[in-house]
Design a protein around this ligand. Structure first.
Ligand code: SF4
Ligand code: SF4
Ligand code: SF4
Ligand code: F3S
Length: 439
């Protein structure tokens, strides 16, 4: 058992292997506030990677409706309950101990790696053909077949406290938190720094690529033991009966490598299928540099680094599981903070503050979501004139003044070439008279 540093937990933690890190890490930010639940991302992945026989139930990208929805059904409630059972009332954060290497404070509970000793065979549905000496590395459970049968059950079903609903007369929508709420949660494999799937595989069929931190299953080594399916707390490794192997999101690696000849003729890395198809413009994906100490190297001009480390506007999904996921979310501003704290850790309130009253740089960066499919490695802001100001309400209910400036924001590709430039205020172009009726 190794001892590794997990910056999202602000402490060392147990992991079955020694600490090892890639040169760069695939990472992404999803802005939940903007998602319209259209599932274009889901279909972009499906039509690229999982359209074959035996993959019918596979949705490497899925968008589920919280709080009730989940794919597979109730995946997060189930793992949260297992953790609670293993460490009753001990899954708590010490948010006072915040510093640069512990931005959310210190998690004092147990991760899926640390809680495993407390599990019992009755709690886990483990197939009998799995080598027993390799079971028990990670706390988890194997979903039943029917748990995979509907990718978006409870679609658009809102949390509605029934006894109070009458009293409010249906009035459920006023900020800072709505009384009646739901939101869409977009999910792909998090290409975790400490993957639970990799830790659990008895065949060592799962590996993390040194060049970009992408986690892949070697199909020639996999024997279908499904320990990865049981162990992944996000349930993003999925078994395929026709091949008797498991499969998962591959981070569209040909696009990351700049080797997709159709869409990357000049060889620069471009965003994945699910990212570049996003209609709501909620997604930004990148590659962050990893330093010699295994932590994210300081790079405040990288959009992902800036949002996660500088602004702390984007937070990891269930960091308490302990895998150090590399997917980050701007939390929905209308959802009660207690729910968001459980899902994203103690940084949720500050993240919403940073979103509803963004800094000039952050407001500029928000404009760069989905304006290009080329991965932005660097961004720059050029200051412009002030154009207005208005009041916004923070999660605490306090009001703050947001000033708006007509700044210019520029994005650069892997070769540091300018690929996009736009202003906060959209310019107006008048069509000349002779082209009034043309498209
Ligand atoms: Fe593995 Fe799950 Fe993490 Fe993906 S999300 S790397 S499948 S543990
Ligand atoms: Fe699918 Fe690629 Fe998105 Fe992964 S990154 S979910 S493989 S489209
Ligand atoms: Fe949400 Fe974008 Fe997916 Fe539509 S394509 S469901 S807006 S993440
Ligand atoms: Fe290993 Fe999962 Fe295959 S546990 S053998 S990668 S099904």
């Amino acid at each position: 058992m190794g001892n590794v540093y997990n910056w999202q937990l602000g402490r060392q933690m147990e992991y079955p292997y020694e600490e090892a890190h890639p040169e760069r890490q695939f990472a992404f930010v999803f802005n939940i506030n903007r998602c319209i639940g259209c599932q274009t991302c889901t279909m972009a992945c499906k039509s690229t990677w999982t359209f074959s026989r035996g993959q019918e139930h596979m949705w490497w990208n899925n968008v589920e409706t919280k709080p009730y929805g989940g794919y597979p059904h109730f995946w997060d409630q189930k793992i949260l309950m297992l953790l609670q059972k293993a460490n009753p009332d001990g899954q708590i954060w010490n948010a006072r101990q915040r510093n640069e290497s512990a931005p959310y404070g210190v998690f004092e509970g147990k991760t899926v790696f640390e809680a495993v000793s407390a599990r019992t065979d009755q709690e886990i549905d483990t197939p009998s053909d799995i080598p027993q000496e390799n079971s028990g590395r990670v706390l988890g459970y194997l979903p039943a077949d029917e748990d995979w049968d509907a990718p978006n059950l409870y679609e658009d079903t809102a949390r509605r406290p029934s006894e109070q609903y009458q009293q409010w007369g249906g009035e459920g929508a006023s900020l800072p938190a709505h009384n009646i709420w739901f939101f869409h949660l977009q999910r792909i494999c998090n290409h975790c720094t400490y993957p639970a799937c990799l830790a659990a595989c008895p065949r060592q069929a799962i590996y993390k690529r040194p060049e970009d931190g992408v986690v892949l299953i070697d199909q020639s080594r996999c024997r279908g033991y499904r320990k990865c399916v049981e162990a992944c707390p996000y349930k993003k490794s999925i078994y395929r009966g026709t091949t008797r192997t498991s499969e998962k999101c591959v981070a569209c690696f040909p696009r990351l490598e700049g080797k997709d000849a159709v869409v990357t003729p000049d060889g620069v890395p471009i965003e994945t299928r699910c990212m570049s198809a996003c209609v709501g413009k909620i997604r930004m994906q990148g590659l962050v540099k990893i330093g010699k100490d295994g932590q994210w190297a300081k790079d405040p001009n990288n959009p992902i680094y800036y949002m996660v480390k500088e602004e702390k506007i984007a937070l990891p999904l269930y960091p308490q599981f302990g895998t150090e996921p590399n997917g980050f979310y701007i939390p929905p501003r209308w959802v009660p903070i207690s729910y968001l704290n459980q899902m994203f850790g103690p940084g949720a309130e500050a993240a919403i503050d940073a979103y509803v009253c963004p800094s000039r740089k952050m407001l500029g960066l928000l404009q760069l979501f989905r304006v290009t499919r080329t991965i932005i490695f660097r961004f720059k802001l050029i200051e412009g004139q002030k154009t207005g100001e208005f009041e916004v309400m923070l999660p605490s209910g306090k009001k703050k003044t947001l000033e708006i400036f007509n700044d210019t924001i520029i994005g650069y590709d892997a070769r540091d070439r300018e690929i996009v430039q736009l202003t906060i205020e959209e310019p107006v172009f008048e069509r000349s008279k002779e082209h009034y009726n043309s498209i």
